[in-house]
Ligand binder design. Structure first.
Ligand code: SF4
Length: 282
């Protein structure tokens, strides 16, 4: 058996920063709220909740004058406004790369219709769209094109400005962008804002999944970037498993003579991969 762990496996800088900053804040003060799951990983959430973090699903649940963490995905514009009204202190850990997308959009808002390529119900895309004014659209699939075009024509904007969810599939971004270029009139500016951490991980997953017999994708089931890794691997490798941790391996059989590739999503801590490797070797 050979095990190959992807070099780009595990926490990205944005997630590492979020977890470190939240841990520091909890050392100084217990009872800090976090709006949504801090990262899509149960182990990380449990650890921080033991240190005094409370996960809430809306800003309305946080008491007045409390402290609330905004996680790396960022939040809706109106959440910041509501927090201000309730005198809530925000520990805004929105990843710098997502803040940068908001700034790019702000500079284009006056004369552009904004298209965000990404998942429609993802907190990051919804957050970015909330800073994009009413002339914007989240384009996830080819089927959305005609609705998007109608909205664009109604906006009477001269230009189209395209950005991406930071964890969107790179190939899909290129395909959808090509279709927009073919079907939409007017000037089109494209900013492929997929994060390097994501594109490097996706590229390496593609290469790795071509040369192994079995691919283990490690991450939370709700994690968008982890799901993408599973989709990419399935194109190249017959045996692909999306697992959260070592407990999901118990069902796995006949791996001992295989070459195994391991790639962990951006919210998976190193210790989880270490335990999996120990189990496989043991
Ligand atoms: S994947 Fe990139 S953009 Fe998203 S949190 Fe990590 S570093 Fe930031």
């Amino acid at each position: 058996m050979e095990i190959i762990i992807g070099k780009h496996s595990g926490f990205c800088n944005g997630v590492r920063f979020t977890v470190e900053e939240a841990t520091k804040a909890l050392e100084e003060k217990k009872g800090i709220y976090c709006l949504g799951e801090i990262v899509h990983n149960e182990r990380v959430i449990e650890d921080l909740e033991k240190k005094g973090m409370k996960t809430i699903s809306s800003i309305e649940e946080a008491p007045n004058h409390s402290k609330v963490i905004i996680r790396a995905h960022g939040e809706l514009k109106e959440t910041y406004e509501k927090a201000k009204k309730k005198d809530i202190e925000l520990l805004d850990l929105t990843c710098g790369k997502i803040k940068a997308i908001r700034i790019k959009i702000k500079n284009q808002l006056e004369d552009s219709f904004i298209i965000i390529m990404g998942k429609k119900n993802h907190p990051e895309t919804l957050g970015v769209q909330s800073f994009s004014g009413k002339y914007s659209y989240i384009l996830e699939n080819q089927e959305d094109l005609s609705e998007c075009k109608k909205k664009y024509e109604k906006s009477k904007k001269e230009k189209i400005y395209i950005v991406s969810q930071t964890t969107f599939n790179s190939e899909k971004f290129d395909q959808l962008t090509e279709l927009v270029k073919q079907e939409f009139p007017g000037e089109i500016i494209v900013e492929k804002t997929i994060c390097n951490a994501t594109s490097d991980r996706q590229k390496e997953t593609e290469e790795l999944s071509k040369k192994v017999d079995l691919m283990l994708i490690v991450g939370g089931k709700k994690s968008s970037n982890t799901k993408e890794l599973e989709v990419i691997s399935e194109k190249n490798c017959k045996e692909v498993y999306l697992i959260q941790d070592v407990n999901d391996l118990k069902e796995l059989k006949d791996w001992k003579k295989k070459t195994i590739g391991i790639m962990a999503g951006a919210s998976t801590p190193e210790i989880v991969v270490k335990e999996i490797v120990e189990y496989l070797r043991g």
